[in-house]
Design a protein around this ligand. Sequence first.
Ligand SMILES: O=P(O)(O)OC[C@H]1O[C@H](OP(=O)(O)OP(=O)(O)O)[C@H](O)[C@@H]1O
Ligand SMILES: O=c1cc[nH]c(=O)[nH]1
Ligand SMILES: [Mg+2]
Length: 213
Amino acid sequence: MAIHEIQHPLIRHKLGLMRRADLSTKNFREMSQEIAALLTYEATKDLPLESTTIEGWCGEVNVEKIAGKKVTVVPILRAGIGMLDGVLSLIPGAKVSVIGIARNEETFEAQTYLERLVGELDQRFALIIDPMLATGGSMVATIDLLKKAGCKTIRALVLVAAPEGIRTVQNAHPDVEIYTASIDSHLDENGYIVPGLGDAGDRIFGTRQKVES
Ligand SMILES: O=P(O)(O)OC[C@H]1O[C@H](OP(=O)(O)OP(=O)(O)O)[C@H](O)[C@@H]1O
Ligand SMILES: O=c1cc[nH]c(=O)[nH]1
Ligand SMILES: [Mg+2]
């Protein structure tokens, strides 16, 4: 498996802004979608093209179109929804397969509570989206489930990845490529990515609990 940490200046700049603890929910949401679109651009760079002839303004013209596989975007609820519009802004025709997974915050075990997959998964290119790859439990559970449903080509887009999570996905699913805006330092004792973004779901949905001082 390859891990791609994208070095594009727009991504680096936007991620830097997202790390600010005082960033508003509105701005955090907007930047999640913007980085998701930029990661989509990178992760689809090698999609195969085929030639076709169309009727242009001055007669027949040869153009290219994406060949073969159709795409399904797979947001991992909840936080993955925060990247969905960004991905769809570049692949508007993609079908969406929704997976609900919540991490048990004591054991870090991934618990699946919803599975709504689109059809013909054996013919689709799946793009999993989740802002955070921490222990990797949620990502491995999602890939397990997609493969069981017949999916053969899978890539994952995450805003921030921890080395621990990358290793876990790498060991379980060496064929899956991950695209990320940043490989961060490590996980803390609560399984949070350092420096990370904090709880991405809470920051996207505005459910962040204020810490009493
Ligand atoms: O790599 P892992 O250790 O599995 O952790 C990462 C998962 O944790 C977060 O979701 P969370 O379980 O908090 O659910 P939420 O999106 O509903 O907030 C995040 O969005 C990932 O799905
Ligand atoms: O750092 C982390 C780890 C898991 N889930 C998050 O939202 N953030
Ligand atoms: Mg959360």
